[in-house]
Design a protein around this ligand. Structure first.
Ligand SMILES: [Zn+2]
Length: 106
């Protein structure tokens, strides 16, 4: 069951714990919310949230968007079927990894 985290997460975007697909620890949504895996140990929540906040920022400033088929980055289309999601060499991940620790996330 998902629930909203209590403070000190209050100043962050809405954050929900969810069952995420295999290997996915966190997810920044294009509606501005952040999902974190309910399997994740809470000691890792901050690094995941920091990482996903970079993606939320990318979405808000218009650089990043996605749907079920593709990821859109600065006007270029990246088919999701051809990428390893969360790979640090993807341009939107590069920024997220450079601004946070190197915890593996999407
Ligand atoms: Zn990421």
């Amino acid at each position: 069951m998902a629930f909203k985290l209590k403070p000190p997460f209050e100043e962050h975007p809405p954050i929900y714990e969810r069952e995420l697909e295999d290997g996915c620890l966190g997810k920044g949504n294009n509606n501005g919310t952040i999902l974190i895996s309910e399997e994740l140990d809470p000691v890792h929540h901050k690094s995941i949230i920091d990482h996903e906040k970079v993606h939320i920022d990318q979405i808000k400033r218009g650089d990043l968007d996605y749907d079920d088929e593709n990821v859109y980055w600065k006007g270029k289309t990246y088919p999701r079927s051809k990428m390893k999601e969360g790979a640090p060499n993807l341009p939107w991940e590069k920024e997220a990894y450079s601004k946070t620790d190197d915890y593996e996330t999407l």
